[in-house]
Design a protein around this ligand. Structure first.
Ligand SMILES: Cc1cc2nc3c(=O)[nH]c(=O)nc-3n(C[C@H](O)[C@H](O)[C@H](O)COP(=O)(O)OP(=O)(O)OC[C@H]3O[C@@H](n4cnc5c(N)ncnc54)[C@H](O)[C@@H]3O)c2cc1C
Length: 259
């Protein structure tokens, strides 16, 4: 079974991030790392391919400056190869532009199953995977905590607030994985060495049959107009019990529509 995993490479969250003064977009000039959210999708894909007894895991990424550091981490975990789309015309891509690029790259891998994280940790609109599925005409199942594949279909336990739903759909399909549902393996020394020689196909926008005005700032339908610091948390109110504290707390919760 062949699985394509969308893998976002992001600035190291441990380093202080900065925004471009004009575009207000996150500056992504330095080394990028594998988004922690995607390590769960990679692990799940590796387990599914191992369980199926064959097939390959292909990573698909769109990132600036032909960055491969995050991809090498996922290749060291055990993925077989990667497709990287990196092109100056992609600067300023919104979520739909990103989805167009990922969908076109995924098509080349002809996967039985496409996986992505539920949301990234740097931009997190949480909309990219559903848009990829729509562009590819695939069923989309989100928030998976368990995935079983058999005989041309996929059965997913889909996390909900109350527990989980069981969803089944035919393959090929796109499934998004919730963080924490599997324990991502640490790349072994052997895996790290092997990853250096694994193929990373580098593509430009036109290699995908897309035109530069469909992507990047030219194709974006969203614009970041302003960025403001989040309001500081205000100090809470201390309710001194004079016999009516419970009534005041209930009234407060009712005002918040919690009760
Ligand atoms: C107007 C505008 C301009 C922007 N300009 C830029 C820019 O110049 N440079 C820039 O880097 N970002 C830019 N962004 C942000 C960029 O569009 C988003 O990071 C991208 O659309 C993915 O959205 P997300 O992070 O919300 O992903 P989510 O939808 O939260 O991601 C869910 C999952 O989808 C997959 N995924 C998402 N993005 C990628 C990817 N790139 N490669 C592989 N898998 C992926 C991953 O599995 C991820 O966990 C811009 C956004 C806007 C609105």
């Amino acid at each position: 079974m062949n699985v394509a995993v969308c893998v976002k490479q992001i600035p190291d969250p441990a380093a202080p991030g900065s925004l471009h003064p004009d575009t207000k977009n996150l500056v992504r000039e330095g080394k990028l790392i594998l988004d922690d959210s995607d390590s769960y999708g990679v692990e799940m894909a590796l387990q599914l391919a191992e369980h199926a007894g064959g097939g390959e895991v292909t990573l698909v990424s769109m990132a600036p400056n032909e960055e491969t550091s995050g991809l090498r981490t996922a290749l060291a975990m055990g993925a077989a190869r990667a497709i990287l789309v990196s092109d100056e015309t992609l600067a300023g891509s919104d979520a739909l532009g990103t989805a167009k690029v990922l969908a076109a790259a995924i098509k080349r891998a002809e996967p039985d199953l496409v996986m992505a994280a539920t949301e990234s940790t740097d931009g997190y609109t949480g909309t990219t995977p559903a848009q990829v599925a729509e562009l590819l005409g695939l069923p989309s199942v989100t928030f998976a905590k368990r995935i079983d594949v058999s005989e041309g279909s996929v059965r997913v336990e889909r996390q909900t607030e109350a527990g989980y739903d069981e969803v089944e759909c035919p393959l090929p399909a796109l499934v998004t994985v919730t963080a924490g549902v599997v324990e991502p393996r640490y790349p072994s020394f052997k895996g790290i060495m092997a990853a250096k020689g694994k193929p990373v196909e580098q593509l430009k926008v036109t290699d995908l049959g897309l035109s530069p005005d469909q992507v990047g700032s030219a194709g974006a339908r969203q614009e970041v107009t302003d960025v403001a610091a989040a309001e500081e948390r205000k100090a809470g109110e201390i309710v001194v019990d004079e016999g009516d504290a419970h009534e005041r707390i209930i009234a407060f919760l009712e005002q918040l529509k919690v009760l």
